[in-house]
Design a protein around this ligand. Structure first.
Ligand SMILES: Cc1ncc(C[n+]2csc(CCOP(=O)(O)OP(=O)(O)O)c2C)c(N)n1
Ligand SMILES: [Mg+2]
Length: 886
């Protein structure tokens, strides 16, 4: 705070300002102030930047949009029942023990924020426009179920099965489209993912409109966040994009109850002011809803600014403390600091002081904020609403540090809750925790229905299938990839880019394809698409690009098809999710291809990929520059040897490690069939490599094997009486396997069948399914795994080699008949030539041959001396350190 060196002079300036405000209005006052500050800066005065405004409501009391008295009364009655049901859902679920969990305090603090939205703002989908998209704070879900019950959308049987889902018909703990596919749209409970996904959903709605694919003009994306949640880097990490892209269809509502799980969010500061500064700095429209209407008369009487000074000097830790106590305590601690303030409230009772409400609990203030937010153009809006965690829970939790996980409420506190919200329950009924709804034919029920009808139907609600069915091209459309590349060496990345180009030009689905890159187009040879398909930019291109004279210049356009997300994998993944769920959120199926450095995929944004699975996303993820020894020069942080293992644990992710361009084509064509034509809720992950080699043509009849995970690529040359082995390989290492087979034949007369194992993960899933069926169907003809089908009767031990950790190929061990040995790239990567890396990680042709001979020796088919001979012949040092440990 600066010192006032000349109060008389200060008064003169302020009086001048008062008169401008009175006679010429706020705009003129702002203009003059801005001129004065600019002039001072120009003259060299150091005018400090202030990102924040006073700790007051942004919307003054006299310019609020208002609910009518009837609406306010109706809303209050409805909200009271919703509050009660939300509490009863959790209390009843935990009646036996606390095993099931659930949260009460978060929703009680946010009830008004949701309620005003559901009654007056959130648009349903039945108006044909697709409706608003709601990101509900995960642990507030009991409140949303509670409302759906009052609306008649959920039954009592469902409510009593909160968090009891395994038998069917239960309600999921948090918003999960996977578990409640006709209800929840957006998974949110991993903190931080909701906000970033919301930003990209809002941008994708603009993309659809800009490209003429869907009318999204009236739709809003509402994201509800906790104040503690804003500490997640994902929550705030993309907010500048939202303002840059002028996402006026995006509204963040941050429930500032000042607490997170353990304690205060900013005990020593003010979370609302901090967030205001951050969002204003990032170009957002910020609406602070701090004080409820009960404060308005006091604020109006604060002519000296002393009340504001007190409001500003008190930190959040104290504000929280006040609300865990009582009115007398607030009088003493807050107002009592200054005699003038104590005097201001001298005529008020302790109850009246206690009733000085916070903005987020005042429906009029919340309504005013929402009304202003939906009117805002050219900017996203954030509403910072101050609330009380555990509102209404009294001594069982209000404002207390323990409240987040409180699942029990004393009988006395329950009775006070009933009284406070005028619930029609006797003391005896209280104990039974009955769920409450209004009678059919009641005024409240009629009002509820009328409101939701006016707003286009009930929410949340999710579309399972798109009504639009796109015709996907047959495999033959990718003819260029099926015939091989005799005499030409290309990478699978190149093959993929050609496939993508074919799809982009396809008459039926071309406009639905969304190529997404995080600043790696040139890495993957996709820069040719810039000019042809354009990079999406609402602003178009306000400059002449440096390379304008070139064929493949950098072109940005409002109808650009590519999403170039900058160096931002989380953002790119969020864009992919928006496109991959567009069949549901906008009834407009899109086909996103997100291509990234494979090391910066699953490892970097696994939690978003998990949320994509939960969201029933449909689309393609492409791990470019994949393989620990194939991306050779980049070293430890870049060389991916495990993304396939990570992919394998996502239940609806179908993943492949193809070697040849025809395999890529067959897999993409099948992905289109499953996800787009048949609307199956799966998504595909393919690894693509940057190593160039010649590709053979699609072998006759190989398609089914490619998709199931393995097919015989080359039969061994043996006649049947000599030693034989079965060799499996994937990705670039399949080529080492082929070379190893040649060595075995030439140097040791061993015949090797070589299998292309396009997906160890799909093979394992198939094997596990067969094994499970057999366990549960004793006495019936056992089923055999596909691996078993392929290898049954084939001579010799089985050896697999990949560019991934050994666990990857090891997945199928249980289904391999006979001896099984696995080579892989366990350990940290490092930079070198591919040849040296493959030697180092022991996955090159020589190791393949030695491994095969070692297995034959263990089977007693060849003598141990043969293995020793090969080790010497291929120059392998047996004393070499284990690469997984160095
Ligand atoms: C990534 C992640 N980390 C931790 C949690 C566990 N968690 C759930 S709620 C919560 C506290 C939330 O505080 P806040 O965001 O302020 O929400 P409030 O309940 O106060 O509205 C925590 C830590 C989580 N769900 N996700
Ligand atoms: Mg909080």
């Amino acid at each position: 705070m600066l010192e006032d060196l000349d109060p008389a002079e200060t008064r003169e300036w302020l009086e001048a300002l008062d008169s401008v405000l009175a006679y010429e209005g706020a705009d003129r006052a702002f203009f003059l102030l801005d001129e004065v500050v600019t002039e001072a800066r120009r003259k060299g005065a150091a005018v400090p930047y202030r990102a924040t405004t006073p700790y007051l409501n942004t919307i003054p009391a006299d310019s609020q949009d208002r609910l009518s008295p009837r609406e306010e009364a109706m809303d209050h009655r409805i909200r009271s029942l919703v509050r009660w049901n939300a509490l009863a859902i959790v209390l009843r679920a935990n009646a036996e023990s606390s095993e099931l969990g659930g949260h009460i305090a978060s929703f009680q603090s946010a009830a008004t924020l949701y309620d005003v939205g559901f009654e007056h703002f959130f648009r349903g989908a039945s108006d044909g426009r697709g409706g608003d998209l709601l990101f509900i704070q995960g642990h507030s879900s009991p409140g949303v179920y509670a409302r759906s019950f009052v609306e008649g959308r959920l039954t009592e049987e469902q409510l009593v099965k909160f968090r009891q889902e395994t038998g069917g018909g239960g309600l999921s703990s948090y918003p999960h489209p996977w578990l409640m596919p006709e209800y929840w749209q957006m998974p949110t409970v991993s903190m931080g993912l909701g906000p970033i996904m919301a930003i990209y959903q809002a941008r994708f709605l603009k993309y659809l409109a800009s490209r003429g694919l869907a009318d999204t003009a009236d739709r809003k994306v509402w994201a509800f966040l906790g104040d503690g949640e804003t500490d997640e880097p994902e929550s705030l990490g993309a907010i500048a994009m939202a303002s840059r892209e002028k996402l006026d269809n995006l509204i963040f509502v941050i429930n500032c109850n000042l607490q997170r799980l353990d304690g205060p969010v900013r005990g020593n500061g003010k979370i609302i002011q901090e967030l205001e500064g951050i969002f204003r700095g990032a170009g957002w429209n910020v609406i602070k809803t701090i004080w409820g209407s009960a404060w308005d008369p006091l604020i109006a009487r604060d002519t000296t600014g002393l009340l504001l000074k007190r409001m500003e000097e008190v930190v959040d830790g104290e504000y929280q403390d006040y609300k865990s106590k009582n009115g007398a305590y607030v009088r003493e601690k807050f107002f009592g600091k200054y005699p003038e303030l104590a005097e201001m409230v001298a005529g008020m009772t302790d109850e009246q002081i206690w009733a000085l409400n916070r903005g987020g609990h005042d429906p009029q203030k919340v309504y005013a904020a929402y009304a202003a937010a939906v009117r805002t153009t050219g900017q996203p809006t954030v509403i910072l609403a101050k609330t009380i965690k555990g509102y209404g829970m009294g001594e069982s939790g209000e404002g207390q540090n323990i409240t987040h996980q409180q699942k029990h409420i004393s009988a006395a506190a329950l009775a006070r809750f009933r009284d406070r919200f005028s619930l029609p329950l006797t003391d005896e009924q209280l104990a039974e925790l009955p769920f409450l709804r209004f009678e059919d034919g009641s005024e409240e029920m009629a009002y509820l229905r009328e409101r939701r009808e006016a707003l286009g139907g009930y929410l949340p609600s999710r579309r399972r299938r798109s009504t639009q069915t796109l015709t996907v091209p047959p495999l033959s459309a990718f003819g260029g990839q099926l015939g091989g590349t005799p005499g030409r060496e290309i990478s699978t990345t190149m093959a993929f880019v050609r496939i993508l180009n074919t799809l982009l030009r396809d008459k039926a689905i071309g406009s639905h394809v969304v190529p997404i890159v995080p600043d790696e187009s040139r890495t993957f040879g996709m820069e040719g698409m810039f000019r042809q398909f354009g990079i999406f930019s609402q602003a178009g291109q306000l400059y002449r690009p440096e390379d304008a004279s070139q064929l493949m210049y950098y072109r940005e356009a409002p109808d650009g098809q590519m999403l170039q997300e900058g160096i931002n994998e989380a953002g790119a993944m969020s864009s992919w999710i928006a496109a991959a769920t567009s069949y549901s959120t906008s009834d407009t199926p899109m086909i996103p291809f997100y291509i990234f450095y494979s090391m910066f995929g699953f490892q970097r944004v696994m939690d978003l990929i998990w949320a994509a699975g939960d969201s029933r996303a449909r689309g393609f993820l492409l791990g470019g520059t994949a393989g620990r020894t194939t991306l050779n020069g980049e070293g430890l942080q870049h060389e991916d040897g495990h993304s396939h293992l990570l992919a394998s644990v996502v239940p609806n992710c179908v993943s492949y490690d193809p070697t040849y361009s025809y395999e890529v084509a067959v897999i993409v064509a099948d992905g289109l069939r499953r996800m787009i034509a048949e609307q199956e809720d799966v998504f595909f992950y393919l690894t693509l490599m940057n190593e160039n080699y010649e590709h053979p043509a699609l072998p006759e009849g190989a398609e089914a094997g490619i998709l199931r995970g393995m097919y015989l690529l080359r039969a061994g040359s043996g006649t049947g009486d000599g030693p034989a082995v079965q060799l499996l390989g994937s990705g670039t290492i399949l080529r080492e396997v082929l070379a190893g087979a040649d060595l075995l034949a030439a140097d040791y007369g061993v015949s090797a069948d070589v299998w292309s194992a396009t997906s160890f993960t799909e093979l394992r899933r198939d094997g596990l399914a067969a094994e499970r069926w057999n366990m549960l169907h004793p006495g019936e003809e056992p089923r055999r795994s596909y691996v078993g089908d392929c290898l049954a009767g084939r001579p010799g031990p089985v050896i697999a080699a990949t560019d991934y950790v050994k666990s990857f190929a090891d997945q199928i061990r249980a289904f391999v008949p006979g001896r099984y040995r696995v080579l892989g790239t366990d350990g940290y990567g490092r930079s070198d030539y591919r040849k040296n890396l493959r030697r180092f990680f022991e996955v090159d042709r020589h190791y393949v041959a030695v491994a095969a001979l070692a297995s034959l020796a263990e089977d007693g088919t060849v003598p141990a001396a043969t293995v020793a001979d090969a080790i010497a012949r291929y120059g392998i040092d047996p004393g070499k350190p284990d690469p997984s440990l160095v």
